[in-house]
Design a protein around this ligand. Structure first.
Ligand code: HEM
Length: 157
């Protein structure tokens, strides 16, 4: 049920604000009653760090390769570059030890004229990739919630 709500939010998020930079930063640190800094695990750690992220992205690339809806966009792509850049981007987005310094999602995707249907479908493929990597639903939802604000910067038509 929670998963469906987040998915709905991601697919119809018209009111989400654009990130002020290429990626929003998230901080899970807080000060405890003894004034000691407490750091909760980052989303990157919760999801299983690099092995889990690599697994998700490998799955996604395999799924895209067999997909009729979005593959056309990727037909001329440099798969190695896409994989490397997406890895750093998602690692950064999940507060992992990476700094994404590439172009903004808007600049990268604007010439592709991605429509709502294609974006929504891409999200479904991403969920399938996370399912296949055995990422739990609560962690999937956290990642999807961080991707949601990108929706309106990626959809062009
Ligand atoms: C939340 C959703 C998405 C995220 C986080 C995302 C992220 C990225 C990133 C990080 C890159 C690499 C940019 C680079 O090479 O510097 C990229 C490239 C690309 N994306 Fe997306 N993307 C998303 C949605 C989509 C959708 C919906 C489509 C198409 C239906 C798409 C098509 C592409 C294509 C074709 C490339 C270029 C690959 C290449 O030629 O190197 N993306 N995306």
């Amino acid at each position: 049920m929670t998963k469906s709500i987040i998915l709905l939010l991601l697919m119809s998020c018209l009111a989400c604000s654009s990130p002020s930079s290429n990626i929003d930063s998230h901080s899970d640190s807080h000060i405890d009653s003894n004034n000691h800094a407490q750091t909760e695990p980052s989303l990157y750690q919760e999801m299983g760090e690099k092995p889990a992220l690599d697994n998700i992205i490998d799955n996604l690339i395999n799924i895209i390769g067999q997909d009729d809806v979005v593959f056309a966009h990727f037909a001329q792509s440099n798969v190695t570059r896409f994989k490397d850049q997406l890895t750093v981007f998602l690692c950064h987005l999940a507060d992992g030890p990476c700094q994404y310094k590439g172009d903004s999602m808007k600049d990268i995707h604007q010439g592709m004229y991605i429509n709502k249907n294609e974006f929504n479908h891409f999200v479904e493929l991403f969920i399938e990739a996370m399912d296949n990597a055995d990422i739990s639903y609560p962690i999937q939802n956290k990642l999807l919630a961080r991707l949601a604000p990108l929706r309106k910067t990626i959809i062009k038509i």
